[in-house]
Unconditional design. Structure first.
Length: 163
């Protein structure tokens, strides 16, 4: 194949590989109750609510309103509860989430998402003691406060960026 034909083909291949590797534009994975959910800017409240009912069939939301669905569940056997809160805008689109517990061991949802973020986008940017990533149209903030008694926390917040 001549170089003049090879370059455009190679460029197209590299572009496609880069787009698929970025993958985050389609959303991000959250593992809850042994099920993997993909959340994106297009996720609708009704769809996420149905997926959460399937992932947590024995649980009931502690908060269930038009702007928030929250479950407080034990996500790691033998550990304390984790709060899984999902927020929505006025149109019912997913706008953010908070996965919050007192320790890393209690919060496998945040641990797995932080590992995925690190694999996709590196170590993130340090903001004080937090790590922050921007990916897939969202900002992710991981907060870990250790050895602070009742104020200890392992929390990953997700916030939709832009419109």
């Amino acid at each position: 194949m001549r170089a003049s034909r090879l370059f455009p083909a190679l460029f197209l291949l590299v572009s496609l590989l880069a787009a698929s590797a970025a993958g985050g534009e389609a959303g991000f994975p959250v593992s809850i109750g042994g099920q993997d959910l993909t959340l994106s800017r297009e996720t609708r409240r009704s769809d996420l609510e149905a997926a959460l009912r399937r992932a947590l069939p024995k649980e009931r939301p502690s908060v269930r309103g038009p702007r928030r669905i929250q479950y407080d569940v034990v996500a790691a056997q033998g550990q304390g509860p984790v709060s899984l809160a999902f927020d929505f805008d006025a149109q019912g689109r997913f706008s953010g989430a908070t996965f919050d517990a007192m320790s890393k061991a209690q919060n496998p949802v945040a641990v797995q998402l932080a590992a995925w973020l690190t694999a996709q986008a590196g170590q993130g940017v340090r903001k004080g003691d937090d790590r922050v990533w921007t990916l897939a149209g969202f900002r992710f903030r991981l907060t870990e406060v250790k050895n602070a008694g009742e104020d200890s926390a392992y929390r990953l917040g997700v916030e939709r960026q832009g419109k």
